[in-house]
Design a protein around this ligand. Sequence first.
Ligand SMILES: [Fe+2]
Length: 274
Amino acid sequence: MAYSPYSLLERALLSGNPDEKGALTDELFAAVQDTALDTASAAPALDFRMAGRPCKPELVAPSQVTPRKMNTVEGYAAMLHAICHIEFNAINLALDAAYRFRKLPEAFVKDWIGVAKEEVYHFRLMRERLRHFGFDYGDFEAHGHLWDMAYKTAFDPLLRMALVPRVLEARGLDVTPAIRAKVAQRGDTETCGVLDIIYRDEVGHVRIGNHWYQYLCRQRGLEPVVLFRRLIARYDMFIFRGYVNIEARERAGFSRFELEMLEDFEKSLKTMAG
Ligand SMILES: [Fe+2]
């Protein structure tokens, strides 16, 4: 009989304990290997405002996250904490994609469960680094920006694929090399090793997002490049601000043609805005 992943997905997604969430995600990943999934007979997804998260970190507006200097241990730990928080949210985002969107091929569900498992791994590695410096996840405040985007795109997998993996997660490819350089300058080779793992895996996650974005566009007869341009303008998002890692984005499935179109388009928006 085909295996239905949804009750375990729901438990993992709603768990507010990071250790439990990680263990349930590992269990789920093992359960869906080499198994046909029953994705048809499930009850509709629950509609919740927040996925499970611990009561700390306290969530504040992005502008309210206290800036800290990298040259103190506390400031350095705050930076590691910010990465931990991104990884924690990434677990929820991947679980939510697998859980929420029904009537898609089972490969979609399996892909996002696979991503969730890697995000759990990243979270654990980064949390270890944070603990190494005497801090833990929850010790600093954080913002809810990533999950907010999941909530805004919960009604449509095409929108989710367009705006979460292709915009927010792809942004990680742009910023990770600079963070790694700062970490290397500090001589923290272990954290560099963790960042290398994260960077390598994130290319794969963005590629999965790209794959399903293209799939859903084809299925609906929509032109992916034009649609994406319209979506990022509509949702007030951007790709070209600061350094854009063209090489990693190409490996993650963006075409050079699309990136050049986007760059021109965003330039013209800026000009229009004066
Ligand atoms: Fe990650």
